[in-house]
Design a protein around this ligand. Structure first.
Ligand SMILES: *[C@@H]1O[C@H](CO)[C@@H](O)[C@H](O)[C@H]1NC(C)=O
Length: 616
């Protein structure tokens, strides 16, 4: 093991164009991440959510993956191109997106009608203003963004591999899945394409009587992939290697074009003061665009061509944690990433301005960035309480927890987005970005404890207030989660590189140095988590229709008395099952050193950014 590692490291050094302490640490961690024995990737080269399979957070199994992991893979490999001079891994990482995460199976896509994107009872639905434009650019009605969730090892056995609808447990390769309503512990994982082969008499389709398909994107991940592609473009240009990646960049440009679906109200209704499902006006042009990176893009249709249909749905709910000014900047300014679609550049210009305004608007007086906004109060176009209406954003309303309760509590939602703002400031010197950053950085520096023996940074926040004018965050949990420490360090690095703030630089360095000396192990960096949440495997599953029962491909039964574990019997052969079993029998909670792909990549990117920015 050791010998292999040294050999790989030396091999990397040979082609290395940069050799500082931190760029070398980037390469060392990079080689651990990509080594097949480490277990971060499937045989197809798809990064798993985590090496460890007993993992329930956004995913319900560690060897599922999400568009988040694939987007980090792009960015990681872009930086590898900069540091090692080789952009081939970047191209291959983008192929993984095309081959496994952008769905080809979109039956009846030709039936999609932008004048009627999808009907919902009691709601007047507006017109999709970019559907025809995208069809003109790309020749068909397929939506080309990433679906967010994949069962990489086909452990559920649906076999929704690329181009297939329920080809079953023997199919090899990543299978597109959806996560059912409810929490991750109560949700029923089901196939994206449902031909009624598994589940109940109408498969897993609780609201449809015909075989159908349905995908959904998490637009922050697609945006992160474009951020990675943008840096690859910059770095490859500087090295005279842009032709190595130009065909990949055109794919990124196309993804960015479709990503504009993140800009619209769920049902293409007017943005601002949108009250009443039937009374708030349906829009026809861009009046339905809030121009923020929202929660969700959904699209689907019928499987069979008889009475076939296809639909699209967006989201009028935007979290500050999803915003990405680098992506907007890239799609406007980088000729390798710019789309030829008629209104694409103008839309991203509007988005860039709107996002910057949004950062400023949601910032609390102390520094943390509040949750976000919605165009649809209670997700139902209701009339919000008077207190909420005193301070609006383009007529939309503040929500401290947009998307779901707890969405703003995890501190990574702050650091991910502030890091991107800091990168944007580094590139442009933008004054709005600077003013938000000055306040946030001053605040975070008061919240960090770092010595050579210990790191303590915020991990959990709690929120109060009805609008940003009276919103406040308190730090209610601290720790040294790898990905939070690394994204704070990267934010401080970009800020310090532009402002010359020496305190920000030295805290970034200390965070990276202390993590590096205390938390490395044989496959990356980790901290030990006591996973007390795993007792929720006893939670009953959420069945949307009373009386519904079904069966998974492996024979596991699903009914009102089933819990998380009952419908995932394969968890009982997990390497960590003994720990969970012990816990369920009254013993201590499992202790696991998780290796989430995104966290390893985030740490490598923080080390590399520090090295590149300061030539160290
Ligand atoms: C209901 O589900 C449980 C657990 O999933 C299973 O043990 C039981 O056999 C199921 N009941 C029926 C009638 O299928």
């Amino acid at each position: 093991m050791k010998l292999f590692h040294v050999a790989a490291f030396l091999a990397a050094l040979v082609s290395c164009t940069m050799a500082g302490v931190y760029t070398n640490r980037f390469l060392e961690l990079y080689e651990q991440i990509v080594a097949s024995k480490s277990g971060y990737y499937s045989k197809e080269g798809v990064p798993y959510h985590s090496v460890e399979t007993m993992m329930v957070e956004s995913v319900d199994y560690g060897h599922e993956t999400d568009s988040e992991a694939l987007s980090y893979n792009i960015w990681l490999k872009a930086m590898y191109g900069e540091i090692a001079g080789d952009f081939q891994p970047f191209n291959e990482a983008w192929d993984v997106i095309e081959n496994y995460m952008i769905p080809e199976t979109q039956y009846n896509e030709d039936r999609y009608n932008p004048s009627n994107p999808g009907s919902t009872s009691g709601i007047t639905v507006g017109k999709d203003p970019i559907g025809n434009e995208l069809k003109t650019s790309y020749g068909d009605n397929r939506v080309r963004v990433m679906h967010w969730l994949s069962d990489v090892d086909n452990v559920y056995g649906f076999g929704n591999t690329q181009g297939q609808c329920e080809s079953g447990p023997l199919a090899s390769g990543p299978s597109f899945v959806n996560n059912g309503a409810g929490t991750v512990f109560s949700g029923i994982t089901y196939p994206t394409c449902d031909s009624f082969k598994y589940g109940g008499s109408t498969g897993f389709s609780w609201y449809s009587s015909v075989p159908n398909w349905q995908y959904s994107a998490a637009p922050d991940a697609d945006a992160r992939a474009i951020l990675g592609a943008y840096w690859a473009s910059q770095w490859a240009t500087q090295k005279g290697k842009i032709s190595d990646i130009s065909s990949t960049l055109s794919k990124a440009a196309r993804l960015g074009d479709y990503l504009r679906y993140a800009f619209f109200d769920k049902h293409f209704k007017q943005i601002g003061n949108c009250i009443g499902g039937s009374t708030c006006p349906a829009a026809s042009g861009k009046e339905s665009a809030h121009y923020l990176i929202s929660w969700y893009i959904g699209w689907g249709g019928a499987v069979n061509s008889q009475n076939g249909y296809a639909w699209r749905m967006c989201s009028g709910e935007a979290h500050i944690g999803y915003q990405n000014p680098i992506t907007a900047y890239a799609l406007i300014n980088d000729p390798n990433l710019r789309s030829n679609s008629a209104s694409a550049v103008e839309d991203w210009q509007n988005s860039l301005q709107r996002q910057l305004e949004f950062y400023k608007w949601v910032q609390t007086s102390e520094g943390p960035l509040g949750g976000g906004v919605t165009n649809s109060w209670n997700s139902n176009y209701e009339d919000p309480p008077a207190a909420v209406k005193t301070n609006t954003f383009h007529g939309m309303w503040y929500e401290s927890q947009p998307g779901y309760q707890g969405a703003s509590d995890w501190f990574g939602m702050q650091t991910w987005t502030v890091d991107r703002l800091a990168q944007y400031y580094y590139l442009t010197g933008d004054a709005t970005a600077k003013s938000v950053l000055d306040k946030w950085i001053n605040w975070i520096l008061t919240q960090i404890t770092v010595t050579s023996k210990k790191i303590k940074v915020p991990v959990t926040l709690s929120w109060s207030g009805n609008t940003p004018s009276d919103a406040h965050a308190s730090v209610v949990g601290s720790g040294n989660m790898v990905g939070i420490v690394s994204s704070i360090a990267r934010t401080l690095s970009y800020y310090a590189a532009k402002t010359g703030n020496s305190r920000a630089k030295s805290v970034a360095k200390q965070l990276l140095d202390t993590m590096w000396s205390l938390n490395r192990d044989s496959i990356g960096l980790s901290v030990t988590s006591t996973v007390s949440t795993l007792n929720q495997v006893n939670n009953k599953v959420y069945i949307p229709i009373s009386g519904w029962t079904g069966t998974y491909p492996n024979g596991d039964k699903i009914n009102a008395s089933s819990n998380f574990l009952d419908i995932r019997s394969w968890y009982k052969s997990d390497a960590n099952w003994w720990q969970l079993q012990n816990y369920l029998n009254g013993g201590p909670a499992p202790k696991i050193n998780y290796h989430r792909f995104w966290e390893q990549a985030d740490m490598a990117l923080a080390l590399g950014a520090y090295g590149i920015l300061f030539n160290e």
